[in-house]
Design a protein around this ligand. Structure first.
Ligand code: NAD
Ligand code: MG
Ligand code: MG
Ligand code: MG
Ligand code: MG
Ligand code: MG
Length: 338
C-alpha cells in the first residue's frame, strides 16, 4: 500500500513566513492562491494585465507582474497553461530565482519533457491536485479537499518534500489524501488518464452512443438522456462505492447488459489503442506534436474545438440543460479567462 499523507501528518510551519507567488490566475491559480491565503499564508499573484489580473484584485489578492512576483517570492508556483510556461519562464521567472528558492508546478509536463531546465540550486517539486481547479476551490470552502500528488525533482535545500506537503495542506488537498510520485509518473499517468479515459475516451464514447441512436432514427433528446445525462449519475455511484455499488443500484438487466455488451464496445483493439496512446506519451511523441501545434498557432486544435461545438449533442444538450437548472453550476467561464 502506498504512503498517504493527511493533515495530521504534516507540519505546515515550514511554509509560514515564506513569500509565495502564484503565477497565473486561472483554474488552478485562483484555487491555490485563495485557499493558501485563507489558510494563513503570504500569497501574491504574478500575472499579466487583463481579465485574470482584475479578478485576482477583486478577490482581494496582491497582484504584481510575473517578474516582480517571481523575484520577491521564495516559493514560485507556475500555474500558467502548460504550453505557455516555457516562454514565460525564460522571459519573466528565471531571472527571479535565487539559490534556495522553490520552483513549483501542478503538472510535470515542462520539467519532464525538458522544456524548462531550472538551475541546480533551487528546489523543484510539484503538487498536482487530482481534480479541476474549480473543485479545488469549492471543496476547500466546504471543508473538504481534492486529493493531490506530490513529486520532488530537485531537493536543493533538503526541505522540498516538507514544503510540498505544507502546500498540499494549505490548499486543502491533505484533507483528502496526498500521495508521493515522480515527475515522470505524474506526467505520463495524467496525460494517459485524460486522453484515454477521462476526456478523450469518455467524450468519444458518449458521442458514438448518441450518434448510433440518432442514426437509427431515435429522438436526439432521448439519445442525450440515455448516453450523456445519465453518465454522471452512473459515475457518481461508481465514485461513491465502486463498480459493485453501481451495479447494486442499476437493474439486473442493465447489469447483465454491462457484462455481455461492454466488452463488445471496448475491445482488445481499444486496449491495444490505449497502449499505443501510452507509448506516444512515454516516448515524447505526443508532447512534441502538442508543442509544434502551439508553435503554429493551433491550426488543428481550433478545427477540432469547433467540431465539438457544432456537434448535435451539444445543441440538444444545451436546450435540455436550460430546462434543468438543478443540474448545477457551470464552470464560470467569465471568472476564468484562458
Ligand atoms: P488556465 O488556462 O486555467 O489559467 C492560466 C492562467 O495563466 C490564466 O490566469 C491566464 O490569464 C494566465 N496566463 C496565460 N498566459 C500568460 C502569460 N503569457 N503571462 C501571464 N499570465 C498568463 O490554466 P490551468 O488549467 O489552471 O493550468 C495551470 C497548470 O495546472 C497547468 O500546468 C495544468 O496542467 C495544471 N493542472 C490543471 C488542472 C485544471 O484543473 N485545469 C488540474 C491539474 C493540473
Ligand atoms: Mg482547461
Ligand atoms: Mg489530471
Ligand atoms: Mg492534465
Ligand atoms: Mg437507461
Ligand atoms: Mg442491481
Amino acid at each position: 500500500m502506498v504512503t498517504m499523507y493527511y493533515n495530521q501528518d504534516i507540519n505546515e510551519s515550514i511554509l509560514e513566513g515564506k513569500k509565495i507567488a502564484v503565477i497565473g490566475y486561472g483554474s488552478q491559480g485562483h484555487a491555490h492562491a485563495l485557499n493558501l491565503k485563507e489558510s494563513g499564508f503570504d500569497v501574491r499573484i504574478g500575472i499579466r494585465p487583463g481579465g485574470s489580473a482584475d479578478r485576482a484584485k477583486n478577490d482581494g489578492l496582491v497582484v504584481k507582474t510575473v517578474a516582480e512576483a517571481a523575484k520577491e517570492a521564495d516559493v514560485i508556483m507556475v500555474l500558467l497553461p502548460d504550453e505557455k510556461q516555457k516562454e514565460v519562464y525564460e522571459a519573466e521567472i528565471k531571472d527571479g530565482l535565487v539559490a534556495g528558492n522553490a520552483l513549483v508546478f501542478a503538472h510535470g509536463f515542462n520539467i519532464h519533457y525538458q522544456q524548462i531546465v531550472p538551475p541546480a540550486d533551487v528546489d523543484v517539486f510539484l503538487i498536482a491536485p487530482k481534480g479541476p481547479g474549480h473543485l479545488v476551490r469549492r471543496t476547500y470552502q466546504n471543508g473538504a479537499g481534492v486529493p493531490a500528488l506530490i513529486a520532488i525533482y530537485q531537493d536543493a535545500t533538503g526541505q522540498a518534500k516538507d514544503l510540498a506537503l505544507a502546500w498540499a495542506k494549505g490548499v486543502g488537498a491533505a484533507r483528502a489524501g496526498v500521495l508521493e510520485t515522480t515527475f515522470k509518473e505524474e506526467t505520463e499517468t495524467d496525460l494517459f488518464g485524460e486522453q484515454a479515459v477521462l476526456c478523450g475516451g469518455a467524450v468519444e464514447l458518449v458521442k458514438a452512443g448518441f450518434e448510433t441512436l440518432v442514426e437509427a432514427g431515435y429522438q436526439p433528446e432521448i439519445a442525450y438522456f440515455e448516453c450523456f445525462h445519465e453518465l454522471k449519475l452512473i459515475v457518481d455511484l461508481m465514485y461513491e462505492g465502486g463498480i459493485d455499488n453501481m451495479n447494486y443500484s442499476i437493474s439486473d438487466t442493465a447489469e447483465w447488459g454491462e457484462y455481455v455488451s461492454g466488452p463488445r464496445v471496448v475491445t482488445a483493439a481499444s486496449k491495444a489503442a490505449m497502449k499505443d496512446v501510452l507509448t506516444d506519451i512515454q516516448n515524447g511523441k505526443f508532447a512534441k506534436e502538442w508543442i509544434a501545434e502551439n508553435e503554429n498557432d493551433r491550426p488543428q486544435y481550433s478545427v477540432k474545438k469547433q467540431a465539438v461545438r457544432d456537434h448535435q449533442i451539444e445543441e440538444v444538450g444545451a436546450k435540455l440543460r436550460e430546462m434543468m437548472p438543478f443540474v448545477g453550476q457551470k464552470v464560470n467561464k467569465e471568472a476564468v479567462t484562458k
